[in-house]
Design a protein around this ligand. Structure first.
Ligand SMILES: Nc1ncnc2c1ncn2[C@@H]1O[C@H](COP(=O)(O)OP(=O)(O)OP(=O)(O)O)[C@@H](O)[C@H]1O
Ligand SMILES: [Mg+2]
Length: 231
């Protein structure tokens, strides 16, 4: 499903290159739910953005469904991302002047799916994430947890191969956080969706099948690796 091979990344700041990720290698199988843990600045968001094709790595390879995304040109990558990759942001990133249903439908507009099918698929997902009754409201009329449910529905509407989430519960209170994690676990277990979730929270990580932990850009723990982390 996802294969990361000797992935390294540096940011250019002024005169120097600052290395942020160092030769990371791991695989995520279809249907897995993986937590990416690490302290602030350890490189979690950078790794997630690379895996989701939001930026190009300095070195190494990222294969999703067998295809090396770092080799794709801009148009091909944009198309691949639209059809194969879902992304959930900490801050939801909903469009304020579109209704909840229109926000969820939006990725299908870019795929030229007809309006009737768009509406049906959006409504099915909104019901699945527990807010079928909010479809005609605007994002500002929803609580934070409800807005994140919209964003989860939107990430799933194209039936992506894998969904990445960067601290999806970072803006939520503890009770709502638990509800959102329950929802993601349910989607993983009952709909077979593959998730990689960045989190600071060990409680969240404890509920996933597998933990990858970064420290200073190195992979220091992989609970799902039989050989342990190669040094
Ligand atoms: N665009 C950029 N330009 C230069 N340096 C960057 C850039 N983005 C991130 N960095 C640096 O890369 C390192 C890793 O950042 P990253 O955002 O991946 O960490 P993180 O683990 O997601 O942290 P947090 O938990 O605070 O979100 C940090 O030292 C950061 O300063
Ligand atoms: Mg981050």
């Amino acid at each position: 499903m996802l294969s990361v091979e000797r992935l390294s990344h540096s940011f250019r700041t002024g005169e120097e290159d600052t290395p942020v990720l160092h030769e990371l290698s791991f695989r995520v199988e279809h249907g897995q739910m993986v937590a990416l843990l690490g302290s602030s600045g350890s490189g979690k968001s950078t790794l997630l953005n690379l895996m989701a094709g939001l930026m190009k790595p300095t070195r190494g390879s990222i294969l999703i469904a067998g295809q090396a995304i770092e080799k794709m040109n801009e148009n091909r990558l944009a198309e691949f991302r639209r059809t194969h990759i879902g992304f959930i942001f900490q801050s939801y990133e909903l469009i304020p002047h579109l209704t909840v249903r229109e926000n969820v439908e939006l990725p299908l507009v870019f795929q030229s799916v007809g309006s009737k099918e768009r509406k049906e698929r959006a409504m099915t997902l909104l019901q699945q994430v527990g807010i079928g009754d909010k479809s005609e409201l605007f994002p500002s009329q929803l609580s934070g947890g409800q807005q994140q449910r919209v964003s989860i529905a939107r990430s799933l509407i194209t039936k992506p191969a894998i969904v990445f989430a960067d601290e999806p519960t970072g803006n939520l209170d503890t009770k709502t956080e638990k509800e959102i994690i329950d929802l993601l676990i349910d989607l993983n277990q009952n709909s077979g969706i593959t998730f990689v979730i960045v989190t600071h929270e060990h409680e969240v990580a404890c509920r996933t099948q597998r933990i990858l932990q970064l420290r200073d850009g190195f992979l220091i723990e992989d609970s799902g690796s039989q050989e342990g982390v190669a040094g």
